[in-house]
Design a protein around this ligand. Sequence first.
Ligand SMILES: NC(=O)c1ccc[n+]([C@@H]2O[C@H](COP(=O)([O-])OP(=O)(O)OC[C@H]3O[C@@H](n4cnc5c(N)ncnc54)[C@H](OP(=O)(O)O)[C@@H]3O)[C@@H](O)[C@H]2O)c1
Length: 296
Amino acid sequence: MRVVVTGAGGQTGSLVVQKLLENGINTTAVVRSEVSKNKLAEQLGAKAAVNIILADIMKPETLGPAFVDMDALVIVTSAMPRLLKSSLVGVILTKVFTLGFVSKKPSFYFDDGQSPEMVDWMGQRNQIDASKAAGLKHVVLVSSMAGTKPDHFLNSQMDNIVLWKRKAECYLVASGLPYTIIHPGGLLPHFGDRNPAPGGRRRLYAGTDDSLMDDGQNHSLVPREDVAAICVASLLEPQLSQGRSFDLGSGPEGEPCTVSLKDLLEPLQGSNSQYTKEQAEFKGGKKIRSCPCGEQ
Ligand SMILES: NC(=O)c1ccc[n+]([C@@H]2O[C@H](COP(=O)([O-])OP(=O)(O)OC[C@H]3O[C@@H](n4cnc5c(N)ncnc54)[C@H](OP(=O)(O)O)[C@@H]3O)[C@@H](O)[C@H]2O)c1
């Protein structure tokens, strides 16, 4: 099997590449800059048998050469929210003046031309079109939980990022390509957390339509390494994974670990995340601007 991974310089994408190589799978890694290429090459080590290609998902003409002769694609690209540092003042003052009873979320912005609408909708659509043109046999899409929650922080503060991702999922489902869609919860390690979050040490949980966020069981976080492992397992076991769309979370370390994709998906009894016409036709809501104060 020949697999191409986009967003391969990212935190989860690089782990997907690493795990594919560990499984002896012929892997092409797509990054969009020399900086990401060098970072990935360094992370994988000089001996890694990986083909690293530069392409930009916003420029469809760059994708064809990366996808030709491939069997499967793992999409791990995403718009990248940047923290508006000045908004932290409001977060801290609110906490102090309300003695911690009220919490205010910080604000985020996206670089010009890199909004969720551009990257998570149009960029994913470009990749799905390129997959179809190249005759790929399986597309694994890493998306996110909160796709059923327009008021969730990720949507209200981040330009509807998960709603745009959900629109791309609808496009993939309608494309006729064999697919697997994974909605991880909060990825570990969290931003700025120095504690590593190794994979393979937790029981993993599957859900649909944000059920893991709502069930009060605290299973909505998951290590990036476990997400990467499920991407690879999905490629290796297409009979279990194709046509499936599910949420992915985990319990604390110390519980018996999940050992197989079959064990993970069994509790769903074949059910999948449900897509609606509204999600497929999402046109965006209130937009946040690029950084309003020159703070970059
Ligand atoms: N963070 C969370 O808690 C969380 C929770 C749930 C789901 N997710 C989702 O899980 C996935 C993985 O997250 P992550 O934090 O591991 O990702 P990440 O480190 O932010 O990586 C995103 C990747 O997308 C690439 N990218 C962005 N725009 C691109 C473009 N125009 N062309 C080509 N590549 C482009 C970036 O390339 P460069 O390397 O060049 O910058 C980067 O490698 C994402 O879809 C994310 O939204 C995240």
